[in-house]
Design a protein around this ligand. Sequence first.
Ligand code: SF4
Ligand code: SF4
Length: 379
Amino acid sequence: MTARESTSTVARPLRMEVSGLQSLVAALWTAGYRVLGPTVGEGAIVYGEVRTIADLPAGYTDEQDAGHYRLRQRDDGALFGYNVGPHSLKRFLLPPRERLFTTIRTGKQLAVEPEPVPTEKLAFLGAKACELAALLTQDRVFSSDQHPDVQYLARRRGMFLVGVSCTKAGGSCFCTSMGTGPKVESGADLALTEVVTASEHYFLVEIKTAAGADLASQLPLRPATIDEQRQAELRIADAATQMGRHLSTVGLKELLARSTDSPHWDEVASRCLSCANCTLACPTCFCNTVEDVTDLAGDHSERWRRWDSCFHDDFSYLHGGSVRASVKSRYRQWLTHKLSTWIDQFGTSGCVGCGRCITFCPVGIDLTAECAALQARTT
Ligand code: SF4
Ligand code: SF4
C-alpha cells in the first residue's frame, strides 16, 4: 500500500478471471511501475520481474520445516499456492548494499554528493499477509520523526501492493499466533484470493485503497456471487488450520525480560552457529552497518550501507571489545528484542510469524520451540 489513505468504501468483492490478472500486470507496467512478484529461481520461489503471468510459479508449491525448504509440484495450476520464500520485501526497500554518499576532493576543496533519492516506482504482486505485516513493522522503524530514512521512505511512498491471502499454510508458518494472517486484511491496495476447483480458476478481488480502486476500474471484473465469496473464505479458513507452528504469546514479553539468566540460552548456544541466516531472511530485522571505501589517492571516497546482524561478533564492538562476545548473549539478544523489547520500542512485536528464521536456519533452530522451552522452565 502506498502512503495514500485506505479507502473508506467497503466495496463488494469482485471476481477476476486469470486473464484479468494478466490485465492487472499490464496496467501496472503501463502506469510506470516495475512489477515484482513470485518467480521460480535459485531453487526457491523468489521475487523477480513479472512481465506476464507466465513468469509466475504456476503449479509450484514449497515444503518447509526447520532447516528444510524444497520446491514441489502441485496437482493444479495455482499461481500463488506456496508460502513465503527466502526473499522478502526488505531487500527492495532496504537493499543489502547501497551507497549513501560520495566525497570528491579537488585541491583543497571537498565536495559531498548525497546519493540521489530513488524514483523508481515498484509494484509487488502476491505479497502474503505476513509479508505486508512485516512491511508495516519496518515502516515504524524507518519512518520515525527523529530518524526518518530518506531512501527507504522514497521507495515506500511510490509502492503499489497487490496482496494475496494464503490458501495453504507451510510447515514453519505461525501467522495466526501473531495475528497477521493468513487473510490479507490491510496493508495492500488490492487483496486477492485465488480459487482453483476442478472446473474453475478465478480470483476474488477486494479493493483496499483509492489507488486500488483506480487500478481495478481498468480491469475486467464483476461482482462476486455469495458462493464465490464463500469459496474464497473457506480456503483461507482452511489455511488457518494448517499452521505448522504455534507460538503462545501470553506473558511472553515479560517472561523474556526476566529470563536473562536462564540456562536455556546455553543450550541454544550449543546448537547455534551464529551464522546470521535467521536475521538476513527475517523480513523485519533491520540491523545494518556503514563502511567507507576510498581510492589510493584519497580524492574519491564513498560511504556504503550494508546489512549486518546482531549475530556477528563485531556488531556490538565498542571501544576495545564486543559487548555480546558469546553466542549465548547474541541469540538471547535477538530473541528478546524480537519478541519483547521491540514492543517497548515500536509498540508491536518484531515477529510476524512468517517462519523464515526456522526454515532457513541451517541447524533447524526454531523460535517457537525455544520460546516453548523457556515457558516450560517456568511452569
Ligand atoms: S539461529 Fe540458526 S540461522 Fe540464526 S544464527 Fe543461529 S544457526 Fe544461524
Ligand atoms: S523472527 Fe522469524 S518468524 Fe518472526 S518475522 Fe522474523 S523470520 Fe519471520
